[in-house]
Design a protein around this ligand. Structure first.
Ligand code: BEZ
Length: 209
């Protein structure tokens, strides 16, 4: 059964490059990104994991923990970590799950048999402090993900969770935002003084801080 937005992210225990973890205990009340890659010692995955390692500070600023996964065993992850550092200049600085028995992959539906019978696709789950799934993404093995986009989405998720606003196409931190349709004009005047009405259903305002 696919995991959908708003679902509780299933908990699990797993062996990782940073020891055994219980997902909920490891995550605590932070945000989390759980992402899979198809296989160790492969070109696209090497660039992806190094890129994520290089963004550690950006994830930390967003109170977001990151954890990766593939079905390769622990000794493979450990050997590959040296290549990731060599190639990208970024040492692995987040746990990588060794999901040799596919327990987590199956739980999160990360193996798509019509794409590949055994390897995980490039899945991403963003999980909120309430342990609910806020975002899912699925990319094929041949396409490396844009992790700047992932940071942008986390910015939007964190902003929209607290302020009754939504973010428009291609929004980035600091741009104007959209006032949620659930907020009346009266309320909007109070909450977002000076907001602009583009259409009755499209009202914009500077990004709340
Ligand atoms: C890659 O990371 O380049 C890759 C991994 C698995 C299948 C195809 C490509």
């Amino acid at each position: 059964m696919a995991i959908r937005l708003g679902d509780k992210a299933p908990n699990f225990k797993a062996v990782t490059t940073e020891g055994e973890i219980d997902f909920y205990d490891w995550k605590g009340d932070s945000w989390a990104v759980l992402f899979s890659h198809p296989a160790d010692f492969t070109p696209v995955c090497t660039t992806e994991l190094g890129t994520v390692a290089g963004l550690k500070g950006e994830f930390e600023k967003r109170n977001t923990k990151v954890i990766g996964l593939s079905v390769d065993p622990l000794d493979s992850h450990e050997g590959w970590a040296k290549d990731i550092a060599d190639v990208t200049g970024n040492a692995l600085n987040f746990p990588l799950i060794a999901d040799h028995d596919r327990k987590v992959s199956d739980l999160y539906d990360m193996i798509h048999p019509n794409a590949d019978d055994t390897l995980t696709v490039r899945s991403v789950f963003v999980v909120g402090p309430d342990n609910k799934v806020k975002l899912t993404l699925t990319y094929p093995a041949s396409t490396g993900r844009n992790f700047d986009e992932l940071l942008r989405v986390i910015d939007s998720l964190q902003l929209t969770a607290g302020h009754g606003v939504a973010t428009p196409a291609n929004w980035k931190d600091g741009d104007k935002v959209i006032i949620g349709t659930g907020i009346s004009d009266e309320e909007a005047k109070d909450k977002f003084p000076g907001y602009e009405t583009v259409k009755p259903y499209l009202r914009v305002t500077p990004q709340p801080r």
